[in-house]
Write a protein that binds this ligand. Structure first.
Ligand code: NAD
Ligand code: ZN
Length: 253
């Protein structure tokens, strides 16, 4: 379906939200741009500035590991300064009230949880950039330890087991976490309204989650500034910024 005028779409979405009993929110980098965190694909987004470092490059080269950590630590300073916005807050409140099953996110910024969404109701398909994890044994290393180890040795931090510590995110070339994908698929099948918000919906298999929700009998609503490949499959598409739309739908925030 094609885009609808924002005013009319807001009214329709508000009515569908009122009727829904099992909302699933699916979010991408676009929900956090209004908190000052750039997305990947918009003009000025992260990819217009640098090439991503793949998992294979990280494993193969100390130079790539150091460059990856250099970028991660810069990004983390930016994440630490960012505050959740109305989008994060409204979704957290839908989860807390029991109206929403949960939030499936591609984001790695932790802003859904900081807005008050219960952590066990947020599925982070691409991990979380606010900590490190050993590639061999999975032990978590807080970023402050990573920073201290880097400064002390000038080398990529290593776990007590000897493994390299990488940011706890899914890098390009790394497989998606199966338990998270399976749980997200369960929510998608159970949901009666899926809101896909601020995602270009071109990164698979993550984008298969809202598609599955739409195919399982629930309504699929896409809110994104730009068209997405799933627009045709949606019941309602709103091509607008998230903030102004949410102000109309959630005037009490
Ligand atoms: P993306 O960059 O591919 O797409 C974001 C989409 O959001 C774009 O289509 C853009 O038009 C739209 N958008 C941006 N700001 C918007 C706004 N205010 N209102 C409405 N729409 C807006 O992001 P993605 O689909 O999430 O995918 C890719 C990857 O980017 C993910 O793997 C994620 O891990 C990573 N990423 C995460 C963060 C974060 O955690 N905040 C930031 C950058 C990238
Ligand atoms: Zn280890």
């Amino acid at each position: 379906m094609s885009g609808e005028a924002p005013g009319k779409a807001a009214a329709r979405l508000a009515a569908w939200l009122a009727e829904a009993e099992r909302v699933l929110a699916f979010t991408g980098a676009g929900i956090s741009t209004e908190s000052g965190i750039p997305d990947f694909r918009s003009p000025g987004g992260i990819w217009s500035q640098m090439q991503p470092i793949t998992y294979q490059e990280f494993v193969a080269s100390e130079e790539a590991r150091l460059e990856d950590w250099r970028r991660r630590l810069v990004m983390n300073d930016q994440l630490a300064r960012a505050e959740p916005n109305l989008g994060h807050q409204a979704l957290a409140s839908l989860v807390r009230s029991g109206k929403a099953l949960g939030i499936v996110t591609q984001n790695i910024d932790g802003l859904h949880q900081r807005a008050g969404a219960p952590p066990d109701r947020v599925i982070e398909l691409h991990g979380n950039a606010t900590r490190g994890r050993c590639l061999d044994c999975g032990t978590i290393m807080p970023l402050e330890e990573v920073r201290a180890a880097l400064e002390a040795s000038g080398a990529c931090p290593r776990c007590a087991c000897g493994g390299h510590v990488k940011a706890a995110v899914i890098s390009f070339g790394e497989t998606m976490p199966e338990p998270e994908m399976a749980r997200a698929a369960e929510w998608a099948e159970a949901s009666d309204l899926c809101l896909a918000i601020g995602s270009s919906l071109i990164v698979h298999p993550a984008a298969s989650i809202p598609l599955l929700a739409g195919q399982s009998g629930g309504r699929l609503v896409i809110v994104n500034r730009e068209p997405t490949p799933l627009d045709e499959a949606a019941d309602l598409v709103v091509h607008s910024a998230i903030g102004p739309l949410f102000e109309e739908i959630f005037p009490d925030f």
